[in-house]
Write a protein that binds this ligand. Structure first.
Ligand code: BTN
Length: 235
């Protein structure tokens, strides 16, 4: 395993993408600052001080690539589990955002990247707002940090190690059984269930999370399955 620490980079995901050929499986790239952090749906990931911004490179057999969506959900579940072990009352917003007190503290951006000798690369980018005290105005209604909510400082190194350990411990079960093995736990912490939500602007009710992690919704008596997109919860 390789660990790369960078003081500053444009985006750890981009860094891994550009260097993947030389990086071994399970490389972790961490940056103290990201000048152009990227979020899902082409959004920006605002760089907060004293946070965790990291990307993990997984080189996996192309046959397994259909697991990428569930893999992202699995990663969110693992992070949520570790935070809960720390006593943080966090929840998962489908597909893989983590929320605390109604605001986002963690986002995950998984990207598929290229193929080398029958192997594909999955880059799992994780951003966690950890010890930031000041949340910029532009995001402060929707985002927060662990410190801002709990008044506690978290040891970032320990948090990363605990996340990686949990990931490694559970990954074999994920490979063997897929997302369905983790579905009950995911559902028990999923904020969307039973709520009225907006999916790409359309209003529906979230009824279930499927075996592969898809969002099962009801709209005017019809059941619709959603596997990606913008989801807003209406409180
Ligand atoms: C989202 O919620 O939209 C996903 C945010 C993902 C942010 C992380 S920070 C480390 C990695 N590098 C990036 O450029 N993005 C991800």
């Amino acid at each position: 395993k390789e660990f790369i620490y960078l003081d500053e980079v444009d985006s750890t995901n981009t860094y891994v993408k550009q260097n993947q050929q030389h990086l071994p499986n399970a490389t972790l790239v961490y940056a103290e600052r990201q000048a152009q952090g990227r979020g899902r749906l082409s959004r920006r990931w605002v760089d907060l001080e004293k946070g965790i911004k990291m990307s993990i490179l997984l080189k996996i057999l192309l046959l397994d690539l259909e697991k990428i969506v569930p893999l992202t959900l699995f990663t969110g579940l693992v992070i949520n589990r570790v935070l809960r072990e720390y006593g943080v009352n966090s929840f998962i917003k489908w597909s893989n955002d983590i929320y605390l007190n109604g605001k986002k503290i963690c986002g995950i951006l998984s990207e598929l990247s290229g193929e080398v000798e029958g192997f594909g690369s999955i880059i799992i980018g994780v951003g966690i707002n950890v010890n930031a005290e000041n949340i910029p105005n532009e995001i402060k209604d929707i985002a927060t940090s662990l410190k801002a909510e709990t008044s506690q400082n978290f040891d970032r190194t320990r948090l990363i190690i605990d996340i990686l350990k949990e990931f490694e411990k559970e990954f074999p079960s994920f490979e063997k059984y897929g997302f369905s093995h983790f579905r009950d736990e995911y559902k028990s912490f999923c904020m969307n269930l039973g709520k009225e939500i907006l999916v790409n602007g359309e209003r529906m009710v979230c009824r279930d999370i499927g075996q592969k992690g898809e969002l099962v919704c009801e709209k005017e008596g019809q059941i619709i399955e959603i596997s990606s997109g913008e989801v807003t919860i209406r409180f």
